[in-house]
Design a binder for this molecule. Sequence first.
Ligand code: 6PG
Length: 635
Amino acid sequence: MNNHLVYIVFGVSGSGKTTIGRLIANQLGCDFFDADDFHPQVNIDKMAAGIPLNDKDRKDWLERLAELLGQIEKGQSVVLACSALKEKYRQALIKHSQIAIQWIFLEGNYSTILNRLSQRTRHFFKPELLHSQFNDLEVPEYAIRINVSKSKNKIMEDVMNQIGLEKNKVGLIGLGVMGKNLALNLATKSTSLSVYNRELKGLEENIAKDFCNENKELSINGFDNLESFVYSLSLPRKIFILVKADVLDQVIDQLIPLLQENDIVVDLGNSQYQLTRTREQKLNDIGLRFLGCGISGGEEGALNGPSIMAGGKKEAYNAVSEYLKKIASKDKSNYPCCAYLGSGGAGHFVKMVHNGIEYAEMQLIAEMYQVLRKLYNLDPIGISKIFAQWNQSELNSYLLGITEKILKVKEGKDLLLDKILDKAKQKGTGGWTVQAALELGVPISSISEAVMARSTSSMKNMRVKLESIYRFNSQKSDSEFEEDELAKAYKAARILNHIIGFEMLRQANSQFRWEIDLSEVARIWTKGCIIRSNLMEEFVSTFKNLNSENHLLQLDQVSENIRTSISSLLKFTGHGISYGISLPVFSATANYFNAMVESQSPANLIQAQRDFFGAHTYSRVDRPEEEIYHTNWTI
Ligand code: 6PG
């Protein structure tokens, strides 16, 4: 987008030279000078007293400006706002200049300009002088003429078009680690890009400009001025936002007045799906388009290819899908791991469920590690070896792979892991999944237990105290360690955890009237995202052509796999718990399975209890379910 020129924005006082000049300089990322700042005090006093400047007054002033322009070297750009009304002034201005000059004349009729001038309060120029300015004005043929009787937005559109600056295709707001990596990902896929980061004194300074300087070889323009950032984008604008959740609405509100009909705002953060719905509605109502896209893959994924889950209007997705697909990871057939999942927050809903599964997958590995270390006395290096073997098998997953590495990392002679405080933090997505499941009435016990396990972990001080009161048994197992059995238990727990997550999506489909294709979700989760695994690859075919009425546990491939591993899970869980190991997610998957395959549950007793103390009524097995009954239970 960079042309290297001196741009002189000229016209009578009040035509908007300073404002427009500054905006152009922002677009170009170059210095801006205002000729008014170069007037000697005598000139300022004269103008303030309502006395027009004559040629003699302007001579020294023009000379100072000419010297300034003479110092601009080739390869540099600079913008100067200067009245430059007469041809001889213009010639005087550029007499030392070595590089091409682009003259931009801001044109407006007398009454428009007078009207503007009378609204300016803090300026030394007196509106009465306007007449003399119009008298002096000689408009050259070589200048670009920009009519200023329009909005600033339109004026800048005209300027950018006329000076032939090519606009950038995509804009990205928010240069945190993820934002920077996504920007690099976009720019290396030959997308011309504008990036914006706010300026916060002492906290976030020069982020965008520094980022561009560090990546000069890429086509990126950096802005700390939101307006200039917006003007630098081609229509309809495509603006990706990656900012912290607490400032997202503020950023959107700042953007709205700068945007034009059909521009597209894409939230790439981890947002709550209900808020995405509200934002989509709000922007659609004013003629703008909005997409809520979940992205997964952490920092590395953002740079090399994340998995992308898009939600919003299909035509909005179509307008940006080219760029999303470019940056997404590629599946084993080289198709982008990016999919349109539906309207109304569907993308962020799917990302939220991804994170729920992620929480439980992490916790399962942590629980297995705990069993191996505490119950079977293995050291982390030994555990790492087991995980490495498993990772060569059907149990392969990204999370198991990173764990295998983590377990070997040392700090001096000690394992780094042993120096990490055992309090797991959370940013909320796991909890949102639990809330959403409660609203939908879907059991997701592996995920809720994983969230609760993080909460329990945070009670470190209390756990230490309570251990000294209650922990009296040895936690070493007296039975043999059977790796094969452990692997099977882990396999069954993982399948069940995934079934729980995908079931939540299936139920959301029927309750929200979405048509999320579970096979497609599995496909875009095969590469790039945090829960990518061999199992996910299997699910792509397992979930093809589903009957939406059927529970996923009814699928043949699922039941075959569970049948051969479930007894190991049940044994493992019982054994571990009996030795005092906390296995919330393993046992949640075991309990989920036991409960789901139990045709007669004890819930009839719950119903009876409810009816006993609160006359809450019950249905009978020997009558239609809609009929309700109440009994006076007191005998
Ligand atoms: C991903 C991750 C990512 C983030 C988690 C961490 O898919 O790339 O899920 O979104 O790292 O949300 O969440 P917690 O901080 O809550 O563990």
